[in-house]
Design a protein around this ligand. Structure first.
Ligand SMILES: O=c1nc2n(C[C@H](O)[C@H](O)[C@H](O)CO)c3cc(O)ccc3cc-2c(=O)[nH]1
Ligand SMILES: C[C@H]1O[C@@H](n2cnc3c(N)ncnc32)[C@H](O)[C@@H]1O
Ligand code: SF4
Length: 328
């Protein structure tokens, strides 16, 4: 059993659900002709950030469909709010979040070296799920889920020394060997660059009205096995994260998971909107007495290594305690 388990209090901002990919499991994405397709404006986002700050959050999680610029109609939406590129817009959102007192974590799908370089000084950490190194039907409509492309973005992030979150999605048609191979690829990247702070072992949740609606989610046994294998393959300094709104975390903690991810007191999980976050009381019950510690979106080790910019320094040092966790 770990000495304690961590989580990060966050505000989830689904900046745009317009996406060039069509993953078979996803309900976050909306097609451009769907009335629910949207790009959030600054006027909508600022009150959410402020409310989250007041509720004690430390992280602003900005999530996007991938390369929405390739989708007809998106550029007009962007120009309508005064921007010519998504990265330029996210940069401004990050600046606003920092001003309000939240540390940005951007997960925008694939990004190239220059885009990551632009976002690095404005983000405490960034993220991209590898999902899997297998070539699967679930990703047949998603050029952005080519494993080589995902690994490339992750290695650029390594070159740039960006504290990074990645992970695998379990149960989307991959085999046990594929899971092992995916975890080995992540381990290799970390051995080369030292930038992977955490790896999410995310269980696929079937969603109605998606091509994979009738596919079975992974069993608890498969999830336990995957977490155990992750613990063997990943270097010791990489934390394993599981999502307590998607699966009972207790047995997975016994198998080596050490983090419960972002949990929001004020916003829903826009990727799994049917799955409510447990509040702190419920979380305590779920982990049956294991002490819970709040972390920032940048892990203590990366604060110690100084992997943050001048823009983020004061904020990080004001919310972190001497050990690098959330000051209580
Ligand atoms: O609420 C969620 N947060 C998700 N997060 C956020 C995450 O829980 C925290 O923001 C990180 O642990 C950083 O503190 C992700 C972050 C990534 O970089 C990549 C994938 C995810 C996936 C989810 C998710 O499905 N739901
Ligand atoms: C942000 C991350 O959310 C995950 N994601 C997307 N759709 C689902 C789903 N149905 N179930 C579980 N996780 C999902 C993917 O791994 C993506 O990269
Ligand atoms: S999971 Fe991400 S990349 Fe895939 S369709 Fe959904 S929003 Fe797009």
């Amino acid at each position: 059993m770990p000495e304690f388990i961590t989580f990060c209090r966050n505000v989830f901002i689904p900046v745009t659900n317009i996406c060039r990919n069509e993953c078979g499991y996803c309900t976050f994405r909306r097609s451009p002709d769907d009335p629910a397709a949207r790009l959030m404006t600054g006027e909508e986002i600022v009150p959410l950030l402020t409310e989250g700050k007041e509720a004690g959050c430390t992280e602003a999680l900005f999530t996007f469909g991938e390369y929405a610029e390739e989708v007809p109609g998106y550029k007009d939406l962007l120009e309508g709010i005064g921007y010519s590129s998504t990265v330029e817009y996210v940069s401004d959102l990050c600046r606003i979040a920092i001003e309000i007192g939240l540390l940005p974590h951007t997960n925008a799908g694939l990004l190239n070296y220059t885009e990551l370089e632009t976002l690095k000084p404005l983000n405490a950490s960034m993220g991209l799920m590898l999902e899997t190194t297998a070539d699967l039907d679930a990703h047949a409509g998603s050029p952005g889920k080519r494993p080589s492309a995902r690994l490339k973005t992750m290695s650029y992030a390594g070159e740039l020394q960006i504290p990074f979150t990645t992970g695998i999605l379990v149960g989307i048609g991959e085999t046990l060997d594929d899971r092992i191979n995916s975890l080995q690829s992540i381990a290799e990247l970390h051995e080369k660059y030292g930038h992977i702070q955490e790896v999410i072992i995310q269980n696929f949740m079937p969603k109605p009205d998606t091509p994979m609606a009738d596919c079975l989610p992974p069993t608890d046994e498969e999830m336990m096995q995957t977490v155990l294998i992750a613990g063997e393959i990943l270097p010791q300094d990489v934390t394993i994260q599981v999502a307590p709104n998607l699966i009972d975390p207790y047995v997975l903690i016994q198998c080596g998971a050490g983090d419960l991810g972002g949990i929001s007191p004020t916003t829903i999980d826009w990727i799994n909107p049917e799955a409510n976050w447990p509040d702190l009381e419920r979380l305590k019950q779920m982990v049956r007495g294991i002490p819970i510690r709040e972390r920032l979106p940048i892990y203590p080790e990366y604060i110690r290594k100084g992997w943050y910019s001048e823009q983020l320094k004061d904020l990080i040092l004001s919310v972190a305690d001497e050990e690098g966790y959330r000051k209580v």
